[in-house]
Design a protein around this ligand. Structure first.
Ligand SMILES: Cc1ncc(C[n+]2csc(CCOP(=O)(O)OP(=O)(O)O)c2C)c(N)n1
Ligand SMILES: [Mg+2]
Length: 373
């Protein structure tokens, strides 16, 4: 059943990653409601600016944005379910809670632009146009997958759709993405590259080397640091000497912005500015977009490094609920519209599952084709 715009707590159907309880400040590991109240206040504040941004955007775009966010959420909830049934093997990193980052930024691109990302890639692959069927079949390791079942969860890829992975080496895609932007400039294609990476990748040398080159050579790229505040079980605070990632760009005299990743319209606004800078002036930008992952690092994460209050605090600012509330208050959409979108997303997910279930495993003769290492 579809949720109403105000049923905030009910939005995330999937249970948050379990907390060990030892770090909670309340008895029995209960949620600290003072923290939750604070988060609610923050939520209201953010909604005002979202309402303003909605007024300036056409309904078709807004609907498409909400659809992609809801599809991403429902699709991945299903991924978690079928993973537990043993239908998906290997690593599986979910994007639940971070949907506003991919939707806000990627939906400001032209279809010919290119995207490269890390292993948390299912939702980005779908926004770039790879069908939910091809993504789910890839997760199953089936022939109908976007890379014929050889990549799996971490390696979605489609040259046709300008989606260049799906990379497992933390930070590796920052160098490759910089090369893609160099190629676009050299070949005068007019394409802009969006290069996504987590905050833990910022501590890698490749980040600093790439940003230096991109600014020096004025490359048409937008670096998007998806700061979900954890690299596996290590919080940013424990691994980085500063909280401020956006400002690192200033070492290279690169344009930069810090963005609230729970607010899809704020992400869209900042992305439009950065993409225009890349396209019109051939200049790079670093966006630090701060959100929170509601699930564990991967499906096998026991989640004993953070508290329930912390997860609940961020779930109070669920980006989908925030967006629905604002759309409803703006009079752009009604509960009926939301129900329709929920149904479409569920149907697309079910269709993807059916396709993946029915798709055959790759033939043995395919074992070495397209394999270069
Ligand atoms: C070079 C390298 N070092 C270590 C790892 C192991 N590893 C896999 S994911 C991960 C954390 C990355 O966190 P972040 O970049 O913040 O992305 P997130 O998982 O939060 O999306 C690490 C250390 C790796 N894959 N590659
Ligand atoms: Mg992270």
């Amino acid at each position: 059943m579809a949720k109403t715009a105000t049923s905030r707590k009910a939005e995330t159907k999937t249970k948050a990653a379990p907390a060990d309880g030892s770090k909670t400040s309340t008895k029995n590991g209960n949620v600290d409601f003072a923290v939750v109240e604070l988060a609610k206040a923050e939520y209201q504040k953010r909604r005002k600016s979202q309402l303003e941004a909605i007024k300036k955007t056409d309904k078709k775009t807004l609907r498409a944005m909400l659809y992609e966010m809801v599809l991403g959420r429902r699709f991945e909830e299903k991924c978690a379910e079928v993973y537990r049934m043993g239908k998906i093997g290997g690593f599986c990193h979910l994007y639940i809670g971070q949907e506003a980052i991919a939707v806000g930024s990627m939906m400001a691109l032209e279809s010919t632009d290119t995207v490269i990302t890390a292993y948390r890639d299912h939702v980005q692959a779908m926004i770039k146009g790879i069908t939910p069927e091809a993504v789910m079949a890839e997760l199953y390791g089936k022939e109908g997958g976007c890379v014929k079942g050889k990549g799996g969860s971490m390696h979605m890829f489609s040259k046709e759709h300008g989606f260049y992975g799906g990379h497992g080496i933390v930070g590796g895609q920052i160098g490759v993405g910089t090369g893609m932007a160099y190629a676009a400039k050299y070949q005068k294609t007019g394409q802009v590259t969006l290069c996504f990476f987590g905050e833990a990748a910022v501590n890698q040398g490749i980040f600093h080397e790439s940003l230096n080159m991109a600014q020096l050579w004025k490359l048409p790229i937008v670096y998007i640091c998806e700061n979900n505040q954890y690299g596996m079980g290590t919080s940013q605070e424990r691994a980085m000497s500063t909280r401020n990632i956006a400002k690192k760009a200033e070492a290279f005299e690169m344009a930069n912005e810090f963005v609230d990743g729970m607010d899809v319209m704020a992400v869209r606004d900042a992305s439009i500015r950065a993409i225009e800078r890349a396209r019109k002036k051939s200049e790079p930008t670093l966006l630090e977009i701060r959100a929170y992952r509601f699930m564990g690092h991967s499906m096998s994460d026991p989640g004993n490094y953070r508290t329930r209050e912390e997860i609940a605090k961020y779930q109070e600012r669920d980006p989908i609920v925030l967006f629905k509330d604002s759309l409803k208050e703006s009079g752009v959409m009604t509960d009926k519209d939301f129900e329709k979108i929920e149904q479409e997303a569920m149907d697309a997910t079910e269709k993807a599952i059916k396709f993946a279930d029915e798709s055959p495993y790759p033939n043995e003769s395919e074992l070495l084709s397209d394999v270069y290492a």
